[in-house]
Design a protein around this ligand. Structure first.
Ligand code: 13P
Length: 257
């Protein structure tokens, strides 16, 4: 069975001191919850401070973005090598990066490759927009994003995929468990076609989009869904702890039953 993963994407929220405060609030409780991989992704400027706090804990650190070059004259950018010193994970191709910063599938492909090369585990985000969903184009869009993001890559190593329908992000309108399970099952099938069955079976695919403590159970009880990428709710300590705890409980229940 795949180990479930709950990742908190803090997006552009928290100052360094707020980030430290939030980590201290979740640290003790989350540290003890087993059988779920716990990852938090604070803003770049807080990574070093948060890494220090998490040093001896079971909570892992991720970044929200990176450039694909190792170093050089790229003012304002952060490289895979810099992150590899601090983090285990890096979110790549988030829909907000695609939408507001014009990230293309080609650029995302370069970033995924560079992350793996630096020893980081990419959390590759894909997902359709509302109008694409309404036009019945979900599968077409996600398979295109997948093929392009993974172009010329012969292995996925520790890559994680997050299916985040754009219309569900920050909208309070999540997909249903069944909808997400169906699309994630479709993504897994595409991975089997692109690579092989074993790769597809081992790959973790998360759902993201308005996940809260009230609806997490709907997702993690589904057979294809391996956890969640949580935005807004990851900024509230009790919410995030409850999401991780419910995931652990549901998964151990499923494993024993
Ligand atoms: P929300 O959970 O706030 O909808 O954000 C989801 C997301 O974009 C996580 O990357």
């Amino acid at each position: 069975m795949r180990t479930p993963l709950i990742a908190g994407n803090w997006k552009m929220n928290t100052t360094v001191s707020e980030a430290k405060e939030l980590v201290h609030k979740i640290l003790k409780v989350l540290d003890k919850i087993e059988n779920v991989e716990k990852v938090i992704c604070p803003p770049f400027v807080s990574l070093a401070a948060v890494a220090e706090i998490l040093k001896y804990s079971s909570i892992k650190l991720g970044a929200q973005n990176m450039y694909f070059k190792d170093k050089g004259a790229y003012t304002g950018e952060v490289s895979p090598l810099m992150l590899a010193d601090l983090c285990e994970y890096v979110i790549i191709g988030h829909s907000e990066r695609r939408q507001y910063f014009n990230e293309t599938d080609g650029l995302i492909n370069k970033k995924v490759k560079a992350a793996l090369e630096a020893g980081l585990k990419p959390i590759l985000c894909i997902g359709e927009k509302l109008e694409e969903n309404e036009a019945g184009k979900t599968e077409k869009v996600v398979s295109r994003q997948l093929y392009l993001a993974l172009a010329d890559m012969d292995r996925l190593s520790g890559t994680v995929i997050a299916y985040e329908p754009v219309w569900a992000i920050g909208s309070g309108r999540s997909a249903t468990g069944e909808q997400a399970n169906e699309t994630i099952g479709f993504i897994r099938q595409k991975i089997a076609n692109l690579y092989d069955r074993v790769t597809a079976q081992n790959l973790r695919i998360l759902y993201g989009g308005s996940v809260t403590a009230d609806n997490i159970s709907e997702f993690v009880k589904q057979i294809e869904i391996d956890g969640a990428l949580v935005g807004g709710a990851s900024l509230q300590a009790e919410q995030f702890i409850s999401i991780v705890r419910q995931t652990a409980d549901i998964r151990s229940h499923l494993a024993s039953g």
